[in-house]
Design a protein around this ligand. Structure first.
Ligand code: M6R
Length: 619
């Protein structure tokens, strides 16, 4: 978590830093700060709270200077306050450091630095870094940084400035992302591409144990033993408008509405003349044929996409699939080896648990396929093969379009493997692909219903809020579904709780009778996914059971379903008719919108919910 930026050039560093941090705020937003080099030395400013507070302070009292570093924080060590905000400095105040990651051995380092007489002023792990650099600095900042990072255990992406090394920023990384932006007469480093895309689309991705020095006139990358590395810049194809709200009140809403196009792109890029192809896969068909089973490993929403993948892969490609959360997988003794294809699904490609799971799987001899959104991310680079989702930057903390894109890729992978293993006939393959190709259009139609601010889901959210207060805040949500839509029940609940802070759980509807039904009285609102499917009748019985106990029901049904109306559901949301296999892609839209409108009703910060950050690069 945390976002860092460094700049050297001819612009006002303050402006570049603030703009860059505004594009990194999704990574953390409990405090922010900057250090700018000028004739006074290192001019430091830090503020607890959202970036706006720092921006307001800088508007009142601007800092001059054309070289600087900035940080937006998601607290790990030390509460969010001005003191713990980055940048952190050494005893002399000449060195300033911003850091993303965790220094696991900071206590040991701190104790030894304290013994040497260093004075600390924060509770952070980061503060050991400027003191170590101070200890090693003998006139060459890069050398001092290298000596310091050799002592660090954990993960870091850092940017460092020193009063006596004007016009230069030194950066380094280990297990936290760092990109270098190459401009004309100016250069940048940042945690993620959107931070620098206003100025350049030419970037280098720094690898682990690499150190970069940027000056106005150049970029030098070396490894920690001092060997220079020649890296080839990559051109970023999307422009900055993709990372802006474009008239929507929130990124989340914008990203929900982008989903039909995202899916269209997934299909266009991976299908040709009625066939699925994954050109960049780097895992051959012969290898794919040999895998006896698949393990899908991921976190959060990506995990839910993986769970849906299990249903489709097992049914159509006839391969046993197990799905695990990365944080569990990495600390178990997972039975994976050369016969297993491990698929790591991750929007950011930087999630620490997923990256560790990837390494564990590789260590055990498994082939790893990454399904990632962020180009050049750690998971994409370390996996044996990668399929990019190309959903464009996802800024809202609550993941929406990345989920759709992950599902899209998993559908195509299912068809690809089914064809390879000959588990479906060519005619069935063709028919399924055709049905899949209808989905973006159906999604357009469905989203079209919710374009107006005053739509059915917004009205239900208002109704929920009234009910919630009438029942002394005791109402909450349950999400029930069966079969391939069960992961959507988990996803609907996750979306709602992460942005509206209202308790929400997802269950397989058949599990209700084994315990959760004890919860049902007049308090919960129960979202029942009851679209046309082989388990439709079972869902209707579950609806009856909930109604009989006083629960309020929002049914998600297939359009034209008259039967469900006889079951006296309180509210209903329809999705267009589609084959059951592809229904999760449509069902998730009302679930995402319900979470969005409930959070909006309650007046919460939708794009930056409390305690969360977009990419979780710490354990
Ligand atoms: O970047 P990743 O896909 O690896 O992130 C995984 C989760 O942290 C992420 O999906 C998280 O659960 C979202 N906030 C959910 O909306």
């Amino acid at each position: 978590m945390c976002g860092i930026i460094g700049y050297v050039g001819n612009r006002k560093a303050q402006d570049v830093i603030l703009k860059g941090l505004s594009r990194l705020e999704y990574r953390g937003y409990d405090s922010a700060g900057a250090a700018i080099l000028n004739h006074d030395g290192v001019d430091l400013i830090k503020r607890q709270g959202k970036l706006k507070i720092l921006a307001d302070a800088l508007a009142k009292k601007p800092i001059e200077g054309k070289t600087g570093i900035g940080h937006t924080r998601w607290a790990t060590h030390g509460i969010p306050n001005d003191r713990n905000a980055h940048p952190h400095t050494d005893c002399t105040g000449k060195i300033a450091v911003v850091h993303n990651g965790i220094i696991e051995n900071y206590l040991e380092l701190k104790n030894s630095l304290l013994k040497d007489g260093h004075k600390f002023s924060s509770q952070t792990d980061t503060e050991v870094i400027p003191h170590l650099i101070e200890k090693f600095y003998k006139g060459d900042l890069e050398k001092a940084v290298v000596k310091a990072i050799k002592l660090l255990k954990g993960s870091y992406a850092i940017a460092v400035v020193h009063k006596d090394s004007p016009d230069r920023v030194v950066g380094a990384r280990l297990d936290s992302p760092l990109v270098v932006g190459i401009g004309k007469g100016e250069n940048f480093i940042a945690s993620d591409v959107p931070a620098i895309l206003d100025y350049t689309n030419s970037v280098l991705y720094l690898d682990n144990n690499e150190v970069v020095t940027i000056t106005r006139s150049g970029v030098k990358v070396s490894d920690i033993s001092g060997g220079q590395i020649n890296k080839k810049p990559v051109k970023i194809k999307w422009d900055i408008s993709a990372a802006e709200k474009s008239g929507y009140p929130h990124f989340m809403l914008k990203e929900i509405f982008e989903q039909a196009d995202v899916l269209r792109k997934v299909l266009e890029e991976r299908t040709e003349r009625g066939k699925v192809s994954f050109e960049e896969l780097k895992i051959t068909d012969a290898e794919l044929k040999k895998f006896k089973r698949i393990a899908i490993v991921a976190c959060g929403t990506a995990y839910h996409a993986g769970l849906t993948g299990k249903y489709m892969l097992e049914e159509y490609a006839k391969i046993p699939v197990w799905v695990d959360t990365s944080s569990e997988f990495r600390y178990r003794d997972p039975i994976v080896g050369p016969g297993t294809l491990v698929i790591i699904v991750s929007q950011s490609g930087e999630t620490a648990d997923s990256l560790a799971a990837l390494r564990e799987a590789k260590k055990r001899g498994a082939k790893v396929l990454g399904i990632c959104n962020v180009l050049g991310s750690s998971i994409a680079r370390e996996a044996d093969g990668v399929i990019y989702t190309h959903a464009g930057p996802e800024i809202a903390v609550a993941s929406t379009k990345a989920y759709t894109a992950q599902l899209g890729i998993l559908y195509l992978l299912t068809l690809y493997l089914a064809r390879l293993h000959k588990t479906i006939t060519p005619a069935r393959y063709k028919g399924l692909l055709k049905e899949f190709e209808r989905v973006p259009r159906l999604m357009d139609d469905l989203l079209g219903e919710y374009r107006s601010e005053y739509n059915t889901i917004a009205a239900y959210a208002q109704e929920f809020k009234r009910y919630y207060f009438a029942r002394q805040n005791k109402s909450y949500f349950l999400y029930l579904a069966r079969n391939i839509n069960f992961p959507n029940a988990l996803e609907g609940a996750l979306k709602l709780k992460e942005i509206s802070y209202i308790s929400a759980e997802g269950y397989p509807a058949g599990e209700m009778k084994h315990g959760p039904i004890a919860l049902i009285d007049e308090n919960p609102w129960v979202v029942c996914i009851a679209t046309q499917s082989k388990t439709y009748d079972k869902m209707l019985s579950n609806i009856q059971e909930i109604k009989a106990r006083g629960g309020i029901i929002i049914a998600i049904a297939t359009e034209g379903d008259k039967e469900i109306l006889h079951h006296k559901v309180n509210y209903m949301l329809e999705i267009p008719k589609v084959a059951e296999l592809f229904s999760p892609l449509l069902v998730v839209i009302p679930l995402q919108l319900l979470a969005y409108y409930v959070a909006k009703e309650f007046g919460y910060d939708i794009d930056q919910p409390r305690n969360l950050a977009k990419s979780v690069t710490v354990e």
